[in-house]
Design a protein around this ligand. Structure first.
Ligand code: IVH
Length: 668
């Protein structure tokens, strides 16, 4: 063999091994090798491909991280139309479906397959000789969009099939791309931390992620798929749908373990009831159950209407909707002065929870719904997501109910409300507004800020209402006697609170900067600022340009910091905090900073230290700790029972460290 053939063979061996282990890990949840070993193989292949680009194949595992940004998506005509499903809402309608089948094919018996109807996005995956060549959205059923590059980033979509289906010249598989509820929550927390708009529900998150123009963004989104069929039953080498699904599983696809083969319609109805009962614990949103005739021969003979196949039915779970009455619309004021309207409802039960209030978000939303006090509204709860008001039932509005007028002045302090052009949020402009002060104090004392235990809502309300606290610095002047004088605070609790307040003085600069509640200064930004400037005094003296020049600080943050310290009342506050003995300088943490510029993400538990200790150790050596993995992450430290961040690391090709390796790094 020539060297060239040798290298090609080596690349192929690596690809095959990586495909195998990726399948074991993502689809079967049964890894056979350690993550570090997978990474080693992956890096070998990457190095080889980098040196010999002609060896890169479209189905290489390295192609999952996302390629070039697309200008738009090409249109794809589906070989077989992606039809809809006929719906049913009760067991009776399921029996009618069976009766219909018996009328069309008299004298025959039918077996069925029941599958959870996952609420995501239907896609068509095309394979040629076992290689994934094209993936498309459903679109209007006839024309879809080519999203091949984005679909390649979904780990549970095989890029190459396993035998025997791998041998087929052509195979089109259909499935539903979705995001699990856990993954959705994590993604939203990540987006919020970056001050980006979170998604309303897992389905929107999956859709938004799948239609990204930049596949590397999709690669960072935790998408998953369940396949549910082969599109052309005639080209299908099997006799039943169930058999085909087993074969798809063997070929490397992820098939739903909650699917059931049912010998008759009674079994179907029992399965549907079972899935409906377990609906909340599936881990993903499902809006019903798809019931399919199992025999592919019968499917072919039953055929389709222009709208739906006659051999399938979607049983829809009862809508998690109900109506109730809006007793009152309240507007509360948050820490930043934002006015948030909330509908106080006649309590109703919806999907097992009693709901008494729903956010109305902002003035625009009230306008859009035209919701008024006394209105009957439709309340919807989608999956685990917080209930929201869908619409007003117009003909049940009480006579002469006045339009809701959004307050022009702060409902708490009466100051003017400002709403800058182009913004949806109206804010109380008074920085000493008691409502703002209360929220600010709660934030100041919160665990990740100054960590003042026992400084809860009841205490803060009284401190502000009695005029004992007008700003953060006032907290430090409180004595035990004053605290013990508060309602529902026993002598012992007062002492504890007093101790907690006093010890918060030495939390350090980073926590203080976060605690101040400067707009756009979250925990991480606060840490960067603390590390870079070392003291409040230096930060106050910094220009907008100097701030924006710091890695990780954009112009928006820089502007906000400068604005904050330009205000006289804030400068007075800093002076007062200093006078109260609050540390406004970073403790000079001596020693070398070998991890400067390195970003770490922690996942799983470590044996030898707590999460906080690990973070401190990294920061002491100059490193940064981030909560989510991105291409800019240098290391992901993987402890026992790691979360999805370990997957993210692999997906984005970020180095991982086991506990031993991590300790060695800290010690070296
Ligand atoms: S079969 C020709 N099976 O539901 C029959 N569809 O309203 C095609 N869906 O757009 C559909 N889970 O994306 C089928 N197990 C399942 C499904 C499923 C979710 C979606 C599918 C389709 C929609 C039909």
């Amino acid at each position: 063999m020539t060297t060239k053939q040798n290298l090609a063979a080596k690349a192929e061996t690596l690809r095959a091994r990586l495909h195998h282990h990726s399948y074991q890990y993502y689809v079967l949840n049964r890894p056979e090798i350690r993550d570090a070993e997978y990474d080693r193989l992956f890096n070998q292949l990457k190095t080889l491909e980098a040196a010999h680009p002609e060896l890169v194949t479209p189905d290489s595992p390295t192609q999952r991280v996302g390629g070039a940004v697309a200008a738009g998506f090409a249109s794809v005509e589906h070989r077989v139309a992606m039809l809809s499903l006929d719906n049913a809402y009760s067991p009776e309608e399921i029996r009618e479906f069976a009766a219909r089948l018996a009328r069309v094919l008299p004298g025959e018996t039918f077996r069925y397959v029941c599958e959870p109807k996952v609420d995501g996005l239907g896609v068509a995956l095309l394979y040629e000789k076992g290689r994934f060549v094209r993936g498309a959205t459903r679109g209007d059923g006839r024309l879809g969009e080519d999203i091949t590059q984005n679909l390649k980033t979904v780990r549970t979509i095989p890029l190459r099939l396993r035998p025997p289906l791998a041998a087929l010249d052509l195979l089109e598989v259909r499935g539903e791309v979705f995001m699990s509820r856990d993954a959705f929550e994590r993604l939203n927390r990540r987006l919020e931390a970056d001050e980006e708009e979170p998604f309303a529900n897992p389905r929107n998150a999956a859709a938004g992620s799948l239609r990204q123009k930049d596949p590397s963004v999709t690669a960072g989104r935790p998408l998953d798929i369940y396949v549910y069929g082969v599109s052309d039953a005639r080209a299908n080498p099997f006799t039943s749908h169930w058999e085909a699904m087993q074969a798809l599983g063997e070929a490397g696809f992820k098939v739903n373990a909650r699917s059931r083969a049912c010998p008759d319609i009674d079994a179907v109805i029992a399965t549907v009831a079972e899935l409906e009962r377990d609906r909340a614990s599936l881990g993903y949103d499902a809006d019903g159950v798809v019931i399919k005739v199992d025999s592919l021969d019968q499917q072919a003979r039953l055929g389709s209407t222009t709208h739906h196949p006659r051999w399938a039915l979607a049983y829809k779970f009862p809508a998690q909707r109900t109506t109730t009455v809006v007793r009152k619309i309240e507007v509360s004021v948050g820490r930043t002065g934002a006015l948030t309207p909330t509908a106080i409802l006649e309590p109703v039960e919806i999907a097992g929870a009693t709901i008494g209030r729903a956010t109305l978000h902002n003035a625009d939303e009230i306008e859009r719904l035209d919701v008024r006090e006394g209105d009957t509204v439709v309340l919807e709860r989608a999956g685990d997501v917080i209930p929201h008001i869908l619409e007003v039932v117009a003909d049940r509005r009480p006579p002469r109910a006045p339009r809701f007028v959004f307050p022009a002045s702060c409902p708490v302090c009466g100051s003017a409300v400002s709403r800058p052009e182009g913004e949806v949020v109206a804010r109380c402009a008074n920085s000493t507004c008691p409502a703002r002060l209360k929220e600010s104090l709660l934030h100041y004392g919160s665990r990740r800020a100054m960590d003042i235990e026992h400084l809860g809502e009841a205490v803060v309300d009284q401190l502000v209402d009695r005029g004992l606290v007008r700003d953060f610095a006032d907290l430090y002047r409180l004595d035990v006697e004053q605290l013990a004088g508060l309602e529902r605070l026993a002598e012992k609790s007062a002492t504890n609170l007093h101790t907690a307040i006093q010890s918060s003085r030495s939390r350090g600069l980073a926590r203080l900067l976060f605690a101040l509640g400067i707009r756009y200064v979250g925990e991480n930004v606060a840490r960067i600022l603390a590390m870079e400037f070392g003291s409040v005094a230096k930060l106050m003296a910094a220009t907008e340009e100097a701030l924006a020049a710091v890695h990780g600080i954009g112009p928006r943050i820089a502007g906000s910091v400068v604005l904050f310290f330009r205000q006289e009342e804030n400068r007075r506050l800093i002076a007062a905090l200093r006078a109260a003995g609050v540390a406004t300088e970073e403790r000079a943490s001596a020693g070398p900073k070998p991890l400067l510029g390195k970003t770490f993400v922690l996942t799983g538990t470590l044996d030898s230290m707590t999460r906080e200790q690990a973070k401190d150790a990294i920061r002491r050596l100059g490193g940064r700790v981030s909560s989510s993995v991105s291409k800019k992450t240098n290391y992901v430290v993987v402890g026992a029972d790691p979360g999805a961040k370990a997957d993210d690391a692999r997906r984005l090709d970020v180095a991982t460290l086991g506990e031993e390796e991590f300790r060695a790094l800290l010690e070296s």
